[in-house]
Write a protein that binds this ligand. Structure first.
Ligand code: DOR
Ligand code: ZN
Length: 383
């Protein structure tokens, strides 16, 4: 315990030194030469697509949660747009069973609806973290007729968040629905000025609305899409530099940085048309730490959006013995270093700061220097 408190004290001192003297970022850590290492709490990503069961050629619970640990995430919450969407208790239970066997991080689940499965709701409230509703076209052909939104809000008798995939075109309907039925709502992957303005208006009107933004919308624009082609194809699409600047300029309204980790095979991304989605678990933290080094975000804003806020919004228990060590040296993101099964990143080639060296989950070392060091199934399923 003493050694831990001592090492945290050194790290904090070194962080302070880093602010003024990057050149003095050389520390003795627990008697070992560690280089530029900082410690952060275990990160929480409430928006990932781990594809299991059904599409384990893209990812599975073992590879997806290995990628989570490699990116510093100790808890992820998985979306319901599996090949067979998670819209029944039976499918949810099968998914949970699969996760129990394979997960190496902690993992929770969101339930899905097409507006025709309300009879299932009572049985799943205590097994999920939220309800996902897709109001726009995306992977899985799982889009809900917006006309059913009010009935879905009515049927969801639970204070866990309703997670909306709601792009610009459906936002006035969404606003009216939440005004009529003020249930906790999280707007996923806000991607442009109009969408964030909607969130700001809803928050200012006192509605129970929060939002997430993805790293790809913060660090890529439609200009990158021309270069990356299918590898930058996702929903919502990448937007203009002006939209991106608006997101950065209104960080105080963004509650969560969510990776929307959505792996597809290279063949699927090179097809015509490509499938929507990009992996993000292993690039989110380094991109944000790089932005911090460039004074675009503070350490506190980063921890709030990658840990504190998602923990509060999704009632995730956090403990002092879950934390990560991050090497603050510069490196280049390379496809061959990734643990995600899809084996590519839209950020390959980006020079970043901050590689996760070590992850401790509930006091146990689970990841060290590029490798998961616990057996499949050692993470917890949370609800
Ligand atoms: O790009 C996306 N991919 N957006 C989504 O909303 C879903 C995701 C996926 O599941 O592939
Ligand atoms: Zn998603």
């Amino acid at each position: 315990m003493k050694a831990q408190a001592y090492s945290i004290a050194i790290i904090t001192t070194v962080e302070a030194a880093y602010a003024t003297r990057p050149d003095v970022m050389r520390v003795l850590y627990n008697g070992m030469y560690m280089g530029n290492v900082i410690e952060l709490p275990g990160l929480i990503d409430p928006h990932v697509h781990l594809r299991d069961p059904g599409q384990t050629d893209k990812e599975d619970f073992y590879t997806g949660t290995s990628a989570a640990l490699a990116g510093g995430f100790t808890t992820v919450i998985d979306m319901p747009n599996n090949l067979e969407p998670i819209t029944t208790l039976a499918r949810l239970e099968r998914k949970i069973e699969e996760a129990r066997k394979k997960t190496v991080s902690d993992i929770g689940f969101h339930f899905g609806t097409l507006g025709d499965n309300f009879a299932e709701f009572d049985a799943i409230y205590d097994k999920v973290k939220g309800l996902k509703v897709y109001l726009n076209i995306t992977t899985g052909g799982f889009t809900v007729d917006p006309g059913k939104l009010a009935a879905i809000y009515e049927a969801w008798q639970c204070d866990k968040p309703i997670m909306l995939h709601a792009e610009e075109d459906v936002l006035s309907l969404v606003f009216q629905t939440i005004k009529d039925q003020p249930k906790t709502t999280h707007v996923c992957h806000v991607s442009n000025q109009k969408e964030l303005e909607f969130v700001i208006r809803a928050k200012e009107a006192g509605l129970p609305v929060t939002c997430g933004v993805t790293p790809h919308h913060l660090f890529l624009t439609d200009e990158d899409a021309e270069k990356l082609k299918g590898y930058a194809y996702m929903k919502p699409f990448l937007k203009s530099k002006a939209d991106q600047d608006f997101l950065w300029g209104h960080m105080e309204y963004i509650d969560v940085i969510e990776s929307d980790h959505a792996p597809h095979t290279k063949a699927e991304k090179e097809a015509n048309p490509p499938l929507f989605g990009v992996p993000g678990l292993e690039s989110t933290l380094p991109l944000m730490l790089t932005a911090e080094a460039e004074d675009r975000v503070t350490r506190k804003q980063l921890i709030d959006r990658l840990h504190t806020n998602p923990a509060r919004l999704f009632s995730i228990e956090t403990t002092a013995d879950t934390h990560i060590q991050v090497d603050m040296s510069e490196y280049v993101i390379k496809n061959e270093d990734l643990l995600t099964k899809c084996g590519w990143s839209p950020f390959a080639g980006h020079r970043v700061i901050g590689k996760v060296k070590q992850v401790t989950l509930r006091g146990q070392e689970v990841y060290k220097d590029g490798k998961v060091v616990v057996p499949a199934g050692s993470g917890h399923v949370i609800a």
